[in-house]
Design a protein around this ligand. Structure first.
Ligand code: G
Ligand code: G
Ligand code: NA
Ligand code: MN
Length: 253
């Protein structure tokens, strides 16, 4: 496992599958969207976390075919949901830096949306702050074009990079996702103050703000008091296969 050859073989054998984690509107307590998270369903080892293969896929360039496969799988899944009609929520896809620099990301999204006749509103893109910090990256040019297509842009892991504030002026994002390292501290006064300021800033800039990694009702209560729009985390649901989602969405109501 975990060599370039293993990942290549896993792509060929279709061993990657997508799990989905709901993002919940704090005022209605209903799922507002889903985040797609890839897993490697390994024949011997079972489900392997992306932490164990995404870094290698990024280093070797295999994130390009894998990333394309992920976009295909998610669009096909949204299309199935829209046909069978039991759950239709926007889905956000994590996109790695190399995918912006080395693949035709505009074409990939446009062609996959067209193939299934999907409304671009059903797809969102999550970009970590680290992408935004690479000033030379072509990503900065791609982002407005993707947004013009109707795809919403989410700034992921917010607060962990250092150029966040200046980048927010350059590119219009739709959603700001506060990193879970802040959420875990929200019950302490300093942690609460940090999240309060992020919520105020995001909303002043017209972004929806999401707290990641919500694990307890205590955290959720404070986020509600602070006016945070949405929450995501184990308190609501772990990432689960598509088949388990309708039940979870129903439970949240
Ligand atoms: O799902 P989990 O929390 O184990 O994910 C661990 C890390 O792997 C996260 O940082 C997440 O952004 C990344 N990751 C998960 N799924 C994807 C994916 O589909 N594409 C990319 N590029 N990264 C992913
Ligand atoms: O980098 P990104 O934000 O995409 O990472 C998402 C990762 O966070 C996934 O690996 C997912 O499994 C994990 N995750 C989601 N909710 C929680 C949570 O409530 N607690 C913790 N510790 N991890 C979470
Ligand atoms: Na992410
Ligand atoms: Mn994410």
């Amino acid at each position: 496992l975990n060599s370039e050859i293993d990942i290549r073989r896993a792509i060929e054998h279709d061993e990657f599958e997508m799990h989905y984690q709901p993002r919940v509107d704090i005022s209605t307590m209903q799922a507002s969207s889903l985040e797609a998270l890839v897993r490697w369903n390994h024949p011997d080892r079972g489900l392997v976390s992306p932490l164990e293969f995404i870094p290698l896929a990024e280093a070797t360039g295999l994130i390009l075919p894998l990333g394309e496969l992920i976009i295909q799988k998610v669009c096909r899944q949204i299309s199935e949901w829209s046909t069978h009609g039991n759950l239709l929520l926007p889905v956000s896809i994590n996109v790695s830096p190399r995918q912006f620099n080395e693949s035709d990301i505009l074409f990939l999204f446009r062609s996959n949306l067209e193939r299934h006749g999907l409304n671009p509103k059903l797809v969102q893109i999550e970009i970590t702050e680290s992408v935004m910090m690479q000033e030379s990256s072509r990503s900065l040019d791609m982002l407005p074009a993707l947004r013009d297509m109707g795809i919403k842009l989410c700034l992921d892991d917010f607060g962990t990079g250092y150029s966040s504030l200046s980048q927010l002026q350059k590119i219009q994002f739709d959603v700001l996702k506060i990193d879970r390292s802040f959420t875990s501290e929200v019950e302490k006064p300093e942690g609460r103050a940090l999240i309060a300021s992020m919520v105020t800033m995001a909303q002043a800039l017209g972004l929806k703000v999401v707290a990641e990694g919500v694990e307890t009702s205590g955290q959720l209560q404070i986020l509600r008091e602070l006016g945070c729009d949405e929450a995501q985390g184990y308190y609501f649901s772990k990432p689960v296969p598509a088949a388990k989602l309708p039940g979870i969405a129903a439970d949240l109501r």
